[in-house]
Design a protein around this ligand. Sequence first.
Ligand code: NAD
Length: 520
Amino acid sequence: PAATTTAASTADSYPTTHEQIPEPQDTQNFLDNKFTASQATQWIDLYDPATNNLVTRVPQSTDAELKAAVDSAEKAFPAWRNTSLLARQQIMFKFVALIRENWDRLAASITLEQGKTFADARGDVLRGLQVAETSCGITTQLTGEVLEVSKDMETRSYKEPLGVTAAICPFNFPAMIPLWSIPIATVTGNTIIVKPSERDPGAMMILAELCEKAGFPPGVVNVIHGSAKTVDFILDEPRIKAISFVGSNKAGEYIYSRASANGKRCQANLGAKNHAAVLPDAAKNHAMNAIAGAAFGAAGQRCMALSTVVLVGETKDWVPEIAEMAKKLNVNGGFEKGADLGPVISPEAKKRIEDVIKSAEEEGATIVLDGRGYKPEKYPNGNWVGPTLIANVKPHMRCYREEIFGPVLVCINVPTIDDAINLINANEYGNGVAIFTRSGATAGRFQKEVEAGQVGINVPIPVPLPMFSFTGNKRSIAGGGSNTFYGKPGINFYTQTKTVTSLWRSEDALATKASVNMPT
Ligand code: NAD
């Protein structure tokens, strides 16, 4: 079959090893259903995190290209919003089928550009695919309400699309996060401009190709590239009505306030510091396995990574066994069989993570397992940090205060469950939390009292399925959590409610004199 237009990847031929790509292709913009070479003068080099070989160059899309994306999305909107819901649903069915067909190809792109293992990258795709699958049920999700107020009067509400929307995505889930937005935005009748992370746009470029194949008309989904300059364009462009952002607090708090000041809707999921409280009555093996998996999987680069374990009472003695489990994890190139975790995203991230480990040492914590200096034999040039376990951590230490976003688990000892809850509630972040216990009463109390948006009971990473919503809390979400991703709130985010009140009364029943008072 003919090669498709995505740079460096076609349905039949895509990289599945970390070998140097002989001729790296530039990443392109995707406008009006066409991949177009950027006229950029600034380019961002993208390296395979396992080797630091060049994979592609990502353009800082030019002003003209950014404007063209909005022109295209604006032009596509009227016809798209008038497309029947059933027609949009059919396109979504096709999109879902195509993602399934291209699952491995998408995952391979993620492993190459982001570094996570191929098995984990397949999970990245799956969690986005599930949002698209759930969006296929739009025909029952978009219904409004009707109330017969009186015999001749009724009020009804509709959910109407907003127009041109935009998504600004982080590096850590290159398929899942664009798919938190694209299906819901489009199936509800909006057009969308996606700005993938400049560090790994490959999966989004494949998704763009699949959008075209699924039958989205030109301009319904466009992709532009770049870093802060592109983001500022999106923030200030008046024709863009709503922005979905996922990423760090530094970028996200700025984006949320500037978008809001410009009168746009904004949903912004931010950073995290997720705790697992472990009670002495927990199923020990399950708890330790779950914690090690959730702390070190994806090299800790998940917003729901369990980066802090709160050891209640005698469970402080479990540290050596957690360390033993961590030691057994195979850190290697993500395409290698048996790899449990890959490299971190960049040499800068590696240095920052190592600096945090050093700071813990200097502040008096105990480095039980030290991943600094680790190098798999085959990949000496990658951004490696091995699983690291830091015990006897105190809340004032840098390794506790900061989101580390690396394969580092910090352990804090507390005497009671109350101390665990107080510690967790005092933390400025509130994304996810987990408790490991066999006691329903303890779990029930924890669930009620803990201030985190997503609670796992014997579940380490309680990311809600797409029929629910991703409900971060505190500084893990901007705007007090009023606009959450996917689920019912996701549909509300991408739609404007219109309420229509109508009165149909026979001529002779109509009033003969104007009424100037509010009806009582
Ligand atoms: P990031 O904030 O560096 O980048 C995210 C996006 O913002 C990118 O597209 C980037 O180009 C843009 N950006 C970066 N700096 C900017 C600036 N100064 N001005 C304007 N735009 C800017 O985040 P990242 O490193 O790609 O992702 C990791 C972060 O994302 C972590 O903090 C993680 O917790 C968070 N995250 C949160 C969730 C969640 O649902 N809460 C999910 C995934 C990731």
